[in-house]
Write a protein that binds this ligand. Sequence first.
Ligand SMILES: [Zn+2]
Ligand SMILES: [Zn+2]
Length: 274
Amino acid sequence: MILADCHNHTSFSSDSIAPMESMIERAVSLGLKTICITDHMDYLFPKQYDMSFVFDVDTYFDKLDECRMRYGNTIEILSGIELGLRNEPDIRPLCVDYYHELAGKYPFDQLIGSTHVLEYIDPYYPEYWHTHSETEGLRAYFESILENIRHYDMFQVYGHLDYLVRYLPGKTKDYPYSDYLDIIDEAFRLLIAEGRGIELNTAGYKYGLAYAHPRPELLVRYKELGGELLTIGSDGHAPEQLAYDFARARELLLSLGYRYYTVYRKCKPEFQPL
Ligand SMILES: [Zn+2]
Ligand SMILES: [Zn+2]
């Protein structure tokens, strides 16, 4: 059974209105043993969107402590953060410094690194595909992941690999992953060599895709290359999204030969049976 949901958002993220208590209460009611709250920190998010994905980390830890006092006997509450990694040459050094400072200052259990912005554009918006063909857009996305792994060393888990597929302009929402395996393999090799991992992010199911992120073929590839560190997260932004399709995720992982998933405590991986 998957008893830990390691990627979740609360009202500390600008795209969620869920109080931390409501997420935790839902996790308890689902019988989860562990929840890791990983709110968005996208430093220097492009100004044209008029949105801010940063939060006050001191207030976050105050709230987390309050919730641990209240619910700590029934569920393990881990502290986390989802860092928006940027690869633009003028932005990257500023993000690296800022995220280093955060990682050094606060006692996070898990730091997720994710790509949310490419070339100053959030590919959630169609404008990304006005300037990129599907092939170019996907290649630039996977290349940025590889570069981010090379330049950011403060995160343990790369978030939702291949989530860009959700925003492809075509209806199929599929992509020829093997065209990008040269880059993806390199990214996996680097993460594995450094003792870092990836996550299985079930939000793909929530968006109606045939697979979670990353797609099964990439989970197979990761394992073939020696990858063992795999957390599982719903990327829930509301209580009803918690542990989304975890039974399906478990079946998939077992069918691919996985026997364990990973939970990070104090930034150290621990294996739990599936
Ligand atoms: Zn994300
Ligand atoms: Zn997220």
